[in-house]
Write a protein that binds this ligand. Structure first.
Ligand SMILES: Cc1cc2nc3c(=O)[nH]c(=O)nc-3n(C[C@H](O)[C@H](O)[C@H](O)COP(=O)(O)OP(=O)(O)OC[C@H]3O[C@@H](n4cnc5c(N)ncnc54)[C@H](O)[C@@H]3O)c2cc1C
Length: 484
């Protein structure tokens, strides 16, 4: 420890001396806001938070950390929900928010070259006058960054038709853990050899640091029709989801909000005019050529009514459409009013299993006396059961932990997986064993070790360490408390 202190002081001094670093924070109060991302059940304390302005600066930061034997963690906006950007105790947190320039817009090839700290929604706003947008649209898009989206392979309501982040990323510039700067993928989207771009997207900041990305821009559709279908039963709404997809229509978005979510939204500043007496609503967006959208609308309305929809209505203008989406995208925020803490869970099941899975999750929460509200990217079978709670109540906290694990068990037994879009991070790292055995996990470790043999780049996230190593590796000890 006595040896470590001067080394830490020396490292901070070296970080401050890097030319294209905007700021280095290391004061007690300054570090506090960076102790967790939006998954606040686990925290860590960084040695310092550093704000690079260029790829060159990122390389120098990595070199400084390597020389000091210190690990480092990338952070975009810190909206992650699985603890991906939560610091490992004593690490350097590399904050990308100041690398936020859009470097190039190529209208002919429909691409943009961006720094990692560009905020998702800002890119779409910037290219809107050109009739283009950036398709991946996490509900956090007004805050989260493209770098964070790449690391998490983030999705959003429009993932159903347009895909997650990965197909929208053509080329990335990355600082590897040995501080070399490489390009993965190609701007024209063609790829020969191993698809290292594809490997890197979704690797949760454990293989290197994104310093620049070329992403696709998508033309705005000719027509958009946004429908709100209300149901008197949650099961009916879930069955309509499978029915719509089975009918051959592929909506741009197909979202489900249950009655508790409707109640929270309608009592908040995000009030959207959702019917308070419905047990669930489906927010369905159709887009494309006018004739096709009209035919799809007819089909979707028919399917909903066959599943006992009480009402199906279409937004009459852009203002009403925006209000319907504001309610959906603000729903997590609206739940902030219900209790001091909110655990936003994330798992996926085959969409045909939604009716029984949602019912089972609701029953399990009721048995534990927990308040749980459901929001689903329903078309993708992606569930977000949200538990409102108060962490100061130890008993309640214990029930929330148990419930989190039970949600995963229910989903995996139904043929699902651990996460649809929020990633594994530290939240679900140890649950990877529910889905994978050691034979499955070992090749993941080979890939990791090929990039980061010293295990300095966001250590302790995503892949569970073999049990024996977890005891002896000091960088993993920070998370020995993974049962939060
Ligand atoms: C209200 C709310 C709604 C949300 N809705 C959605 C949703 O609809 N869909 C969805 O997918 N997610 C959603 N999320 C989760 C979160 O917004 C996404 O995971 C997002 O991509 C995180 O971006 P960020 O910039 O905040 O990254 P952070 O949280 O800062 O970091 C996320 C991960 O990316 C890594 N990282 C960040 N920058 C870099 C970089 N430059 N290079 C390498 N690694 C990097 C970090 O180390 C970390 O592992 C939501 C979160 C909230 C709070």
């Amino acid at each position: 420890m006595a040896e470590q202190l001067p080394r830490a002081v020396e490292l901070v001094r070296r970080l401050r001396s890097i030319r294209e670093v905007a700021e280095v924070l290391d004061g007690e109060g300054e570090l506090f806001p960076y102790e967790a991302d939006a998954f606040t059940l686990l925290r860590g304390r960084a040695l310092a938070v550093v704000f690079p302005l260029s790829a060159r600066a990122v390389q120098e930061i990595v070199l400084a950390c390597n020389a000091a034997g210190t690990s480092y963690v990338a952070r975009g906006a810190g909206t992650g929900l699985s603890g991906g950007a939560t610091p490992v105790d004593g690490c350097v947190l590399i904050e990308f928010s100041r690398m936020n320039r859009v470097l190039e817009i190529d209208v002919t090839n429909r691409t943009a070259v961006v720094e990692p700290g560009v905020i998702n929604a800002d890119l779409s706003e910037m290219v809107a006058p050109l009739g283009l947008h950036y398709a991946p649209d996490p509900s956090s898009q007004s805050a989260c960054t493209i770098g964070g989206n790449i690391a998490e392979n983030s999705g959003g309501p429009h993932t159903l038709k347009y895909g997650t982040t990965s197909p929208h990323v053509l080329e990335i510039e990355v600082v590897l853990p040995d501080a070399t700067l490489v390009k993965l993928g190609r701007r024209d989207g063609h790829c020969a050899g191993y698809d290292l771009r594809g490997l890197f997207v979704g690797s949760e900041g454990t293989l290197g640091l994104v310093t620049c990305a070329t992403v696709r821009l998508v033309p705005d559709p000719e027509t958009v029709c946004t429908l709100l279908a209300s149901f008197s039963s949650l099961v009916g709404a879930c069955e309509a989801v499978a029915g719509i997809i089975a009918s051959g229509v592929l909506p741009a978005a197909l979202e489900l909000l249950d009655d508790r979510t409707i109640e929270a939204v309608e009592a908040s500043v995000y009030a959207a005019g959702y019917p308070r007496d419905a047990r669930a609503v489906l927010l369905i967006e159709l887009d494309g050529a006018a004739q096709g959208v009209a035919e799809e609308r007819e089909c979707v309305e028919r399917v909903c009514r066959e599943r006992q929809a009480i009402d199906v209505r279409a937004a009459v203008d852009e203002a009403e459409r925006a209000a319907l989406w504001r309610g959906r995208k603000g729903a997590f925020g609206a739940m902030g009013r219900l209790a001091p803490d909110l655990y936003v869970h994330d798992a996926v099941v085959p969409r045909t299993r939604l009716p029984e899975v949602v019912a089972e999750i609701n029953e399990a929460a009721a048995r534990r006396g927990l308040r749980l509200a459901n929001i689903l990217h329903a078309g993708d079978g992606n569930l977000h059961p949200n538990i409102s709670f108060d962490r100061r109540d130890a008993n309640q906290l214990q029930r929330v932990r148990e419930m989190g694990e039970e949600i995963l068990r229910i989903c995996i037994e139904a043929g699902g997986v651990l996460s649809g879009e929020h990633g594994i991070g530290i939240e679900k790292r140890d649950y990877m064993r529910m889905l994978f055995d050691e034979c499955d996990l070992e090749p993941m470790r080979w890939v990791h070790d090929a990039f980061d043999p010293e295990d300095r780049c966001n250590p302790g996230k995503l892949i569970p360490t073999p049990r024996a190593c977890a005891e002896s590796n000091p960088r993993h000890r920070g998370y020995a408390k993974v049962e939060f």
